[in-house]
Design a binder for this molecule. Sequence first.
Ligand code: NDP
Length: 444
Amino acid sequence: MSYVDEVLAQLIEKNPAEPEFHQAAKEVLESLRPVVEQNEEKFRKDALLERLINPERQVKFRVPWVDDKGQVQVNTGYRVEFNSAIGPYKGGLRFHPSVNLGIIKFLGFEQIFKNSLTGLPIGGGKGGSDFDPKGKSDREVMAFCQSFMTELQRHIGPNTDVPAGDIGVGGREIGYMFGQYKRIRNAYEGVLTGKGLTYGGSLARTEATGYGLLYYTEEMMKCNGHDMAGKTVVVSGAGNVAIYATQKAQQMGAKVVTVSDSTGWIYDSEGIDVELLKEIKEVKRARLTEYAAARKSAEYHEGKGVWSVKCDVALPCATQNELDIEDAKTLVANGVIAVAEGANMPTTLEATEYLQENGVLFAPGKASNAGGVATSALEMSQNSERLSWSFEEVDSKLKNIMVNIFHACDDASKKYGYEKNYVVGANIAGFEKVVDAMTAQGIV
Ligand code: NDP
């Protein structure tokens, strides 16, 4: 059995109830085969892949809090500190009822390679809780965040582990957690990113993942003879990534005709009105039915369905495994040119392969959505300098980073004979730097 197959088999045997982690590891390790085969003896002797797939540390903790009725609630908190070879652990916190250890491990594992691709000194980690902020009052969200941070603060720090937001964790949650950290540790330091602008946040961090996705997509299109201007774009999700992806795509002259949330989706023949969407999602925290009610050109549909809309570019920006093989077939039949992942692992392995086999340009999330974490690292730099950079300065650094990431993926794919396979390119380019650092640091 090859070394890659052995390690994958071991991973599944030792972590049986973690299908998302299996999926992420399989995607990465499969595409690393050409590099692993060239170094098999050394990697095997150093147990390099075993060390790569086992987190350096994982914590799981109780999060008790009191709701508005005086009832005590108990949630579970997680932080997986996966790999610190190239810098302090960095990766978001997700608050969603579906969160479990396997999901956090899949996200943390992906984060190692994503962070490496940014070219910045950040290791990989991820965390979160099965707490659902939806339908909770601000006071309840604060009670939860304070209790969560009361435990998490033991494990993190500006030079150790610097969490950020993810699904269900935006500016409000980061603010409550930062306040509690500062109170307990008596230290005003850059321990979280995605902070508000009045207390150490970076301009353009809110926009960064969505904008970065479009900078990457534009470069990928350009290098393959296409332009974003005039294209019809389909977006899923209506959260942070989806909103700013929609905004940047429209600034580039494309027309975005859909967005979605966990209950339904919108088709807007005139193009999504981003200001209206922001008002509904960021201010009122309401459902998409309100968008349809406010706009004549918009139709609301229950359930899943954005991938059935004819488009040139598809941007999945909601959650994992939201684009499956049937969706991929529909997109191909409708003539899609490019699929670029804004979310983490939104496309199933089968769907990814189908898209690639049919000549669709496919941008894997660990490369195309790296703009969020890259800008988080820029926030860390500003916090360390105790300075704030202008929006234009951060945005231009972000654009530069995304263009460089695309070329790093492109170059690595060519080097190993997988031209235009940006999945292989991203995994190899991210892996090479981490392996080099791990090897230099000895068996730790
Ligand atoms: P938000 O919480 O802001 O938005 C998530 C959106 O996806 C919402 O519209 C939500 O709908 C929808 N959604 C979530 N879960 C499901 C589900 N199970 N089925 C259908 N729809 C769902 O999160 P973000 O925009 O921050 O994150 C979206 C994706 O991007 C995630 O995969 C995240 O890991 C990834 N990502 C985020 C980064 C960031 O900087 N924020 C950075 C890199 C990646 P509803 O409101 O109804 O739940």
